[in-house]
Design a protein around this ligand. Sequence first.
Ligand SMILES: Cc1cc2nc3c(=O)[nH]c(=O)nc-3n(C[C@H](O)[C@H](O)[C@H](O)COP(=O)(O)O)c2cc1C
Length: 364
Amino acid sequence: MKKSPGSPIHFPCGAVMKNKFMLAPMTNTQSHEDGQLSDDELNWLKMRAAGQFGLVMTCAAHVQEVGKGFPGQLGIFSDKHIAGHQRLTAAIKAYGSLVVSQLHHAGMRSPAELLQEKPVCSSDSEKHGARGLSLEEVRTLRDDFIQAAIRAKESGYDGVEIHGAHGYILTQFLSAKINHRTDVYGGSLENRARLLFEIVAGVRRACGPAFLLGVRLSPERFGMDLLEIKAVCKQLIAEGNIDFLDISLWDSFKQPEEKAYQEKSLLEHFTELDFKKVLLTVAGNIKGGEAVQKVLDAGVDFVTIGHSGILHHDFPVKVLEDPTFSPTPTPVSKAYLRKEGLGENFITYMTRWDGFVEEPSEGV
Ligand SMILES: Cc1cc2nc3c(=O)[nH]c(=O)nc-3n(C[C@H](O)[C@H](O)[C@H](O)COP(=O)(O)O)c2cc1C
């Protein structure tokens, strides 16, 4: 029987998502430079809850000041951020959506102009001008991820997602190419993944069994090895601390880049795992209703929607009304994006994505 995108799903922690649509974590560069929530960031996310995303994820929110990766990034590294997060969670929960904060640290990918100091990394990186963390600093980083989760809980979030994807600091630890440490956080996969596992176990311990806990991983690029990422997934499932895995594929319908792994699709590499109670979501190129159904029928528990959620704040409603719904063609005008609840900084940020925003003359 076909899985219905509109029916609810239950997470192991007890949380219920009213349908199978999650808004992807999306950096929108429209909060204040000290990490405080802005009205633009609030409005953009609130509109997605009004549009019936069953789970609204925040952008990557940094857990340390030195982990800032973007201008206007929403922060969660200080108690001064709690009041803003409380406003956000209350606004989203009013629509019956779950609300989850993505916990992030950019590591060596922090642009130098955003920091007053050198960016940090698992080990020194000349290319990025980053310095390797001391053992004590790694433990502080772990504790700051856990502290941010506690802050998220105090702010009213249903849970957190640990951002272990896209080349940011947890990826910098996971990568054998980037991580040259010789202590317990470097060397074997077990050591390179230690920080992630300590954070996950620590968040579960500190926030309790009823707190929604997910991990985002990406299996390609940024020094990742697909088989290693699958091994990390298996261990996350076996340890029983997480509710869901969010695998960022960039294209859910493609073959792995690496020849040696091309005997099945990238998606099949993950759907074949034994997830036990853990739920699976994937992100990447799930554009319209047919793609949603295809991914669910392939064995994914719920879908994660990026671009189409920018184009249509009510993408879930559109797909539930019409299973063949396709998003509006791009590029779109700035006026269109304003109508869909994007502030000016977010619109400017979206001009970086090829072919998404019309040239200025047409888009006023
Ligand atoms: C504007 C924009 C910002 C993004 N910011 C984040 C982020 O903060 N954290 C993250 O894990 N992924 C981020 N991503 C990746 C998305 O979460 C998603 O995985 C990706 O866009 C693929 O899904 P899509 O094809 O439906 O857009 C971002 C993507 C876009 C387009």
